[in-house]
Ligand binder design. Structure first.
Ligand code: HAM
Length: 460
């Protein structure tokens, strides 16, 4: 029989742009999401979790055919049954799908939902931009009222403050509704047509496919043209103007500073009226080193990168979060009724890049109070029973089941700085006792196992 060749496989690795979350990073993520959920709950938001896989059509109809997310970034595949599915690239279309599917229109309105989700976008990985990222999202569905727009921003601002990011820049704009937007888009396209010879190839394509996205362009060549482009706010119809004015008044009343950003249009097609983005306002103007999702642009902290034809492209600070109103999304997804909605998402990984971020530990984290040391086979046999007594008494432990000598286990206990150690050897196993050692004073008590629970209560 011929021997099988020894496999020369490469060591296993994560897929590009995705990473494992381990140890303190795991606790940071959980801690942030837990705090954010708590804040959202105080404001009346309820949790929702939607599946990782959705039908591809949901995002094609919801987010928009011409968007980068749908065109270039979806992890899309066909199931064995022939369904076209994608790993969700964003959270809003799935939440709206759930609202329609579960008849949430018959619940008291508006329905206020929060979610913490992993999202998947096949982007070029870089700092603050991964192929799998985590978002904390908020959606208010079933009301067109401007106070809902302000409430979303207000809640995000409270969440960011809790995470130590007190100085935020809120960029805000209104891109109108079906009354006034077509007129504005015509005006914008006509303006750009006059400058066709001066704009980049991407903009020539945008002019044909989706003129609003002309305002996303970061190519230096196009900046002078963009600066003089007509503004959507000046083209708003009366209803949109009133709505936007009210949103800004609420923000003023809430003491949330904002910046009107005429170029903010965002990278998803479902938005109407209010669009916003939140970045961090740092002393040096650089919250970090990438560009926001919107491709809408902040002037502060620009840096440069090469793009098309080697032309310099201005980049703005990373957006921590963004969102807006999406009053026509439900209809686009096939709902018989209109469901006005507004929401946003913040990227948790981006928060951790901030110099001001304050780590919050999740409630579940248990600092070990006792190092459990067992010696010899008889003790090991009984040790799981003692560990159970400790768990029921709510005393978190740490242990090294693989170590056998007292010295090495005591050394490990010193290293992890636990206040107590329990020593359980052959003799104690026979006597049904344990030794409880105070790691600071090095004093020791022998305690009967039957009394251990009571003894532990006295220790606290
Ligand atoms: P978005 O602007 O695409 O909006 O994403 C929101 C936030 O998620 C971004 O501001 C950023 O912090 C984070 N983020 C996005 N992509 C990545 C990535 N590749 N790596 C790391 N972080 C990322 C939405 O997704 C909308 N669904 C928000 C929304 C909710 N609008 C209305 N409701």
């Amino acid at each position: 029989m011929s021997k099988k060749p020894i496999s020369k496989k490469e060591p296993p690795q994560t897929v590009k742009g995705m990473h494992d979350v381990i140890g303190s990073e795991y606790y940071a993520l959980e801690g942030f999401l837990e705090k954010a959920s708590e804040v959202a709950m105080y404001y009346g938001f309820q949790p929702i979790r939607t599946p990782v896989l959705e039908k591809e059509e949901l995002f094609r109809s919801g987010v928009g055919e011409g968007t980068d997310i749908v065109e270039k970034e979806m992890y899309a595949f066909r199931t064995k049954g022939g369904d076209h599915v994608v790993m969700r690239p964003e959270g809003t279309a799935p939440v709206m799908r759930a609202y329609i599917e579960h008849g949430m229109g018959s619940w008291p309105q508006p329905v206020m939902l929060y979610y913490k989700e992993h999202l998947f976008r096949h982007e070029t990985p870089q700092r603050g931009r991964m192929r799998e990222h985590t978002q904390f999202g908020l959606e208010i569905l079933g009301t067109p009222k401007s106070i809902a727009d302000a409430e979303i921003i207000h809640t995000f601002s409270a969440i960011l403050k809790e995470a130590g990011l007190a100085n935020i820049i809120l960029d805000i704009n209104s891109i109108g509704d079906k009354e006034c937007r077509p007129r504005y888009i015509r005006e914008l396209a006509n303006y750009y047509k006059k400058h066709i010879g001066e704009i980049c190839n991407d903009c020539k394509r945008r002019l044909k496919e989706n003129p609003l996205r002309l305002l996303d362009c970061k190519n230096e060549k196009c900046q002078p043209i963009k600066e003089n482009a007509p503004h959507s706010v000046t083209a708003l119809c009366d209803a949109c103007r009133k709505h936007f004015k009210e949103v800004l008044e609420y923000l003023e009343a809430l003491n949330i500073p904002f910046r009107l950003n005429n170029n903010l249009v965002r990278g998803l097609d479902y938005y109407t009226r209010t669009v916003f983005e939140i970045a961090e306002d740092t002393d040096d103007g650089t919250s970090s080193d990438s560009h926001p999702e919107s491709e809408g642009e902040n002037e502060k902290g620009k840096d440069k990168s090469k793009k098309e034809d080697g032309i310099e492209e201005a980049r703005a600070p990373l957006a921590l979060g963004g969102g807006g109103r999406y009053d026509y999304l439900a209809r686009a997804l096939g709902s018989r009724r209109e469901v006005p909605g507004v929401g946003g998402g913040i990227g948790t990984e981006r928060i951790f890049l901030s110099k001001n971020w304050e780590r919050q530990n999740p409630r579940i984290i248990k600092q070990p109070k006792i190092y459990f040391i067992q010696l010899g086979f008889d003790a090991k046999l009984k040790s799981l029973g003692i560990i159970e007594i400790l768990r029921k008494a709510r005393v978190p432990i740490t242990q090294s089941l693989a170590k056998d000598s007292l010295g090495s286990q005591l050394a490990a206990a010193e290293k992890v700085r636990v206040p107590y150690a329990i020593i359980f050897g052959q003799k104690e196993a026979l006597d049904d006792t344990v030794i409880v050692r105070d790691m600071n004073t090095r004093s020791q008590d022998t305690v009967r196992i039957a009394e251990l629970s009571k003894y532990l209560k006295g220790m606290r």
